[in-house]
Design a protein around this ligand. Sequence first.
Ligand code: GLC
Length: 726
Amino acid sequence: MKFFQSVEGVQKISFGEMIPTDTILEEMFKETESFYIPGIIDKRTSHHIWKLNLNEGDVVYGLGQSIRGMNKRGFVYESFCTDDPNHTPDKKSLYGAHNFFVVLSDNPWGIYIDFAGKVTFDVGFEHQDILLIDVEGVDFDAYIFNGTYKEIIGRFRSLIGQSYVPPKWGFGYQQSRWSYVDKNEVLSIAEKFDEHDLPCDAIYLDIDYMERFKDFTVSDDRFSDFKTFVSDLKLKDIKLIPIIDAGVKIESGYDVYEEGVKNSYFCKDENGKPFVAAVWPGKVHFPDFLNSRVREWFGQKYHRLMDMGIEGFWNDMNEPAIFYSEQGLKDAISFVSDQEGKNLDIYTFFDLKNKIMNISNSESDYKSMYHNYDGMKVNHYDVHNLYGYFMTRAAAEGFKSYAPEKRHLMITRASHIGMAKHSGIWTGDNHSWWEHLKLNIQMMPSLGMAGFLYSGADTGGFGGEASGELLTRWLQFSIFTPLLRNHSAMGTRKQEPWMFETETLDRIRDVIKMRYALVPYLYSEFMKANFNHELLFAPLSYEYDDSRSKRVEDQLLLGDSLMLAPVYEQNSRGRSVYLPEKMVLWKATAYEHLNENQFELLERGYHFVDVALNEIPIYLKPGKLVVMTKPENRISTLDESNLVVLGFVPDHASYILYNDDGLTKGYESGDSLQTIFKVDRINNKYHISVDTNDLALKTITFYLIDDSGNWHVIKQNTFINDRRYV
Ligand code: GLC
């Protein structure tokens, strides 16, 4: 099934018979623009394999949500949306299928494989200089891109379109945990945030809010008078974000189930009966989201909760996750009972163990499920990676029909290229492991390459036990990710900030407040990255072409003005950092302590930088500016008419600050605010100009660091008409 039917402005080349792919690629690389290659059909096998050469120095970036480092070279990855809560380094797939990567070589190139089934990428694993792409099917398209790394990403992202934009409150801190069992618990969580003077904009409702885990129901006992509950929290300016799972509980009298059966809206088994699997609610059917009528039906169901004041959702278990299928369970039980009383040889014992261990998310289950893709019978396995995408599209279309001009918060677990226009993603069930903080850091650029700008991990880790130190260090990174959510699993150590000792709580408060202070910059960079098809988080080689930058795996560029080198190791109080040019290190602590002692000029090259537990290390690029405001405990109360502009300005710097109403889709038609800052240092004096269409802007305080590391504070609150000069 092809995802893109045609793409305007992209050259199209047709191939009738299969052509050795090396030849095709050679042809492609002679050109400078992007190309569209229609499905290349190998009539002899059911796989299509491409073998490509890598040069010694080539770096491979991309493949979206996948494990291991930024440079994908040295391992095998599979595109097959998988619900696996153990993101260990041996895992080939996670929840997303993002078949796009870029090879950074002397002549950089990129490729997108438009295919909804399984694709395997052996990136220099079997042979370190060979990149193998194995597409498990023959009906697919490949797009090849040339240009610089930045250009290739720009071309790909313009092909897949603009990314999802959340309401601005979605940039606030969000608290979640699987096991907030009733509304009193949720209310007390909300109160604790205020009590401890901690910012928070949203609280998530996990499956506990539902009646027996049935989608679009709310437990009468535990969440009675839900509408009032939602509005009580709104009075505190906190939004509730309920979860919706893919599986619909089989229960007679449950309207979603009854309607689905009556209208034949569920995926089918081989005999044409609704496919039965088991997930949280016990036995479920899966809505056939590949069918447009089903999408419309399911999308409208979200309105029920929206009628009660809900403004955001998270879609889950939509790979779709299958704990077991009826058939799978039957087979496993029969195999196990056949062995009863026997003296098992080791091979049979392993078989027995595997039968049980592999009962979930099994390929044979996916192969026995069918879709009605608007009239065409399609085996699920062949289009597996589209399921979560279409569920989320159903939700997004449901939101649109409810309130077309309003932005809704939407994150989802399973994803596919193209879904980024409908939703953000979280990176699934990670663990409270330092390795997963590092994975989070390394995954951000490739998620952005795939268009998922609104993304983030379960901060502090979902499974396992978080220490105060881990949560602090993780937050010191997550405050930069657009989605900032602390989420954890039932039964694990609670990880709301006040669950830790006072010192940790105090540090965390300062860290989260720093996020709110940085929102003007973060939101501006997020929106510009979207409009301009750029990365928000990028490896150093996105901007710097020296050979060392290519090798840096644990530092990131964040927007135009900042570089990050987070601390991600237990007990570490510092780390090595590579600076591709001279920068100013800002060891940020509490916003109100912003002063010259926090800034240090560092030359190009390698440094060991001490970073105390209460310090967020941020690097200011020369000639760039960061715009902030005084932090508040809600996004809506941030005062963006009184700004602080910070920068390392050796001779000149400029910055365009983007802003908008944060709630509507007016930005799509250019409804926005722009403030252009220009700073010049002439004869040891700074000359500043500010040009804006933001009539609410009142004061701007500049903190500027010059080439000798001296700090200058310039405050201005006099403006002339609507062109303002400082
Ligand atoms: C899945 C989700 C997780 C959620 C849990 C219970 O594991 O990934 O975020 O808390 O289901 O709904």
